[in-house]
Each structure stands twice: as structure tokens, then as C-alpha cells.
Design a protein around this ligand. Structure first.
Ligand SMILES: Cc1ncc(COP(=O)(O)O)c(C=O)c1O
Length: 447
């Protein structure tokens, strides 16, 4: 690539920056660098690009900024923490806020998911959850359980464990065989359920794929089944009514752990703290990230049932490390401070309830786009929805064009393939929904 330069138009000082050195993740770099979409400021529901133009945020950044942008409480908490204690090794040492945050998370999780392991991302949470499942079965003398079950169209991050569980072909195809022993259930996006709002009536029986794997591989060989309660990254696939409960029942019958990957669903996106509570199904292990710090610091966590935790801990000799796993930045002081401040905001402003109350208006707004010829399907639950487009010019091309045009028309949104994922911050008001829908209508009509 030739040397690309870009004039960054901050309000005060225009300056040249080189675009060559930074290799952007999950981005067609050449395309971006020929037409950069640069963002320089954020507050509340809005971003500002380098030209000073305001964009409404229809995807909470990337489903993290549930309390809106630029929350001073979080910035102040991080600043205070970094000046008081910037870092302490998380192995054999600790700081009080990691315990405090773990307690606060445990207050939000369902059932006895009260043991919290800190990581730095959703991907790390997934790989950690896989290790927890393996360690648990080892600890109870069932070390033969080392298979995992995932689903088509699943996204579980980009580390090798999560890629092995990935049901998205582009995330796997260049990276070799990854882990052996992964079986994929079918996804739940059925043609007959297109344009269903919330949980579809049909499709619960797709959970029986898990039963087929039990018969095919032996349930005694399966460690865990990983499920995103709502599959987010392939465009908001809401589970059919009764589906998650049926997966839960099959897991219980065969001693298989159920892991919910709540990296997108967590922290109010579905109207409750976690989708597990919205759908009334409690997993054994739950992953989370994103909204945990309102996106202000990188952080993820795994919530583990007391039973699983206690089994792993009790199997280790007195004084021994019980779980050989952890990261330098597990429970980083600044991330814990951000997490505590974010959870305070969620609670003090009743943001989970606020999202639940706005959801019908939000979904009405999106469903009003049904008449547009480009729209192939609409799906949604809580404050998470997807608009799937009829493909044009190859898979994903129309979706990619859409997000670029939306940006130019004053709206930030994440697309995946030919689906737009709409998930505004939970501080949104009706007027923000109106603006998002209006901009979507105008842009969708022109592509
Ligand atoms: C369900 C799910 N799991 C895992 C991840 C990976 O998270 P991260 O990008 O923080 O590694 C994501 C990211 O979108 C996700 O949606």
C-alpha cells in the first residue's frame, strides 16, 4: 500500500497523520484508508467525526456503551484509581475493588452464579469458560468429557477456543483445524419466523440437536454446550420460545454444563441484567464483557456456579493453586473502578428497566421499515434488533455499503454481513429512536 495521509480536523489544530502503520481489526483496511471514518469525540447518545459533524450512536459503540458516552462518573473513578493504585499483580496479590466488583456482579447474576473470574475481553471470557468446564469435569473424575457443543452462526470471540466454537465460516477458514471435538447445533433463524418480533413460536425442537449429539458421541464425552441466548454478531437471532429451556433440560439429563455467552446480552440489553433472567433459564457458567465497564475500560468476566467452583477448588491439594489460569490484567484496578462506576449508574438510573420500557417503541420504529424493498427480515428483543438486507453485489457488500452511507448520513451502526445490528444506549429517549429510524429509512431507501 502506498503512503496514505489523512488530515485530522480537530476543532483547533488540523494535523496530518499517517494511516499506514495501524493494522485495523475486522476491517477492510484498504477500503477504510481510502475513505476514513474517523471519530474524535463522544457524549451521551452522540459521536462527532473529525469534521465536527454529529452522529447518533445506534449500536452503543459496539454494544458496550449502555449508559451512553462520556460518563464523568466512570472517568473520575478511573482517574482516582490510577492515581491511588495503578497496578498490582493479580496473582498472589489483590486490591479491594476486585472483590467489591465481584460481589456486585454476583448480586446481578441469576441462581448461584456467584464466583467471578476476571479477564480482559469477551474472547478471554469464552476461553476461560471452556477451561472451567474441563477443570470441573476433571475434578469430579469425568476427565473424558472434553467435547464441546456450539451452534452454527455462533460468535464466541477470536481466541483459539472461541474460534473453535465459531459458527461463522470466515472466522475459522484460514486458521486450521483449531480444537478437535466440537459439534455444531443448527442455528435458529428459520424462514417461517422472518419478521417475528421477540421469541418465535416455532423452532424449540432445534434444541434436540444436542440430544442427537448425546446419542452420536456419548453424553459422557461432552463437557459443555455454549449458547449466546440471543446470537448477536450474526444479527440478533432471538431464540424460539422454549428453546433455551429445552437445551437446559438436555444438558441436565446428561451432566453437560450449559454456558451462556452474554457478552452482548448482558447489562440490560434484554431488559434485565442478563438474558438468562429475561428468558428464565439459568446456565452453569456465564460470560460477560462489553457493558461491564460501559466500554470505558477493557474488561470481561466469567460467572461460575458455586457448585462448579467448589468442586474445582476442593479437588486441589491444600495450599495449591486450584485453577492454573489468569491474565496479567485480570481484575485491573482501573477496569474494576470503571466496572463499579458503571454498575452504580445502571442501578441509580434504573437503566435496565428504562431499556425494557423503551423496547416496544424501539421495535415499533424498526418494524416501520418493513415496507422498504431492501429489507429481507427484521428481528428484535429488548434493545437489540437487526435489519437484514436482501444481498446485492455479493454476500455482505450491501451491508458494508449501508454502514458507510449511514455514517455519512449521521448515524453510527455495526453491520455484520448483510445485517445491521441496532442497539442504542439504554439512556435513549423516544426522540433518539425517531432520529435513528428516520436516518435508517432515508439511507435504506437509497441503497
Ligand atoms: C457473544 C460474544 N462472545 C464473545 C465476544 C468477543 O468479545 P471481545 O471482542 O471483547 O473479545 C463477542 C464480541 O462481540 C460476542 O458478541
Amino acid at each position: 500500500m502506498g503512503h496514505a495521509e489523512f488530515t485530522l480536523r480537530d476543532q483547533l489544530q488540523p494535523r496530518q497523520i499517517s494511516l499506514d502503520e495501524y493494522w485495523m481489526p475486522f476491517t477492510p483496511n484498504r477500503d477504510f484508508k481510502s475513505d476514513p471514518k474517523m471519530v474524535v469525540r463522544a457524549e451521551g447518545m452522540y459521536y462527532w467525526n473529525d469534521r465536527g459533524e454529529k452522529l447518533i450512536d445506534a449500536s452503543s459503540g459496539m454494544f458496550c456503551v449502555n449508559a451512553g458516552h462520556g460518563r464523568k462518573e466512570i472517568a473520575d473513578a478511573v482517574h482516582r484509581q490510577l492515581t491511588e493504585l495503578d497496578f498490582i499483580a493479580p496473582f498472589l496479590r489483590a486490591h479491594p475493588k476486585s472483590f467489591e466488583l465481584a460481589t456486585r456482579i454476583a448480586e446481578l447474576t441469576p441462581g448461584d452464579l456467584n464466583r467471578i473470574f476476571f479477564v480482559n475481553s469477551g474472547s478471554e471470557a469464552v476461553d476461560t469458560a471452556m477451561k472451567v468446564a474441563l477443570a470441573y469435569h476433571q475434578a469430579r473424575g469425568q476427565g473424558g468429557r472434553n467435547m464441546f457443543v456450539s451452534r452454527e452462526r455462533a460468535y464466541h470471540g477470536v481466541n483459539f477456543g472461541g474460534v473453535a466454537l465459531s459458527g461463522i465460516v470466515n472466522n475459522r477458514r484460514k486458521f486450521g483445524p483449531t480444537l478437535p471435538g466440537i459439534a455444531f447445533m443448527r442455528h435458529t433463524h428459520l424462514k417461517e419466523n422472518y419478521f417475528t418480533r421477540g421469541e418465535a413460536a416455532q423452532g424449540a425442537e432445534l434444541a434436540d440437536d444436542l440430544q442427537r449429539f448425546v446419542a452420536l458421541y456419548g453424553g459422557e464425552n461432552i463437557a459443555a454446550c455454549f449458547v449466546e441466548p440471543i446470537a448477536g454478531s450474526t444479527g440478533c437471532l432471538v431464540p424460539p420460545k422454549g428453546y433455551l429451556k429445552r437445551v437446559r433440560d438436555i444438558c441436565d439429563q446428561h451432566g453437560i454444563l450449559l454456558v451462556f455467552d452474554e457478552v452482548i446480552c448482558g447489562f440490560g440489553r434484554t431488559g434485565k441484567a442478563f438474558a438468562a433472567q429475561s428468558f428464565g433459564v439459568t446456565p452453569d457458567v456465564m460470560t460477560m464483557a462489553k457493558g461491564l465497564t460501559n466500554g470505558a475500560q477493557p474488561m470481561g468476566a466469567v460467572a461460575i456456579s458455586e457448585r462448579i467452583h467448589d468442586t474445582i477448588v476442593a479437588a486441589a491439594q491444600d495450599g495449591a493453586i486450584e485453577f492454573f489460569h489468569g491474565y496479567t490484567y485480570s481484575g485491573h484496578p482501573a477496569s474494576c473502578a470503571a466496572g463499579l462506576a458503571a454498575l452504580d449508574i445502571y442501578r441509580n438510573e434504573g437503566l435496565f428497566e428504562r431499556g425494557a420500557a423503551l423496547s416496544p417503541y424501539f421495535l415499533d420504529g424498526l418494524w416501520s421499515l418493513k415496507d422498504l424493498p431492501a429489507v429481507a427480515d427484521l428481528r428484535g428483543y429488548g434493545m437489540l434488533a437487526a435489519i437484514e438486507l436482501h444481498p446485492a453485489g455479493g454476500p455482505g457488500a450491501r451491508g458494508h455499503l449501508l454502514q458507510k452511507k449511514l455514517f455519512d448520513n449521521g448515524l453510527h451502526l455495526k453491520t455484520t454481513g448483510d445485517s445491521a445490528i441496532v442497539a442504542p444506549p439504554l439512556i435513549a429517549e423516544k426522540q433518539h429512536v425517531d432520529r435513528i429510524v428516520e436516518c435508517l429509512r432515508k439511507t435504506l431507501a437509497g441503497i
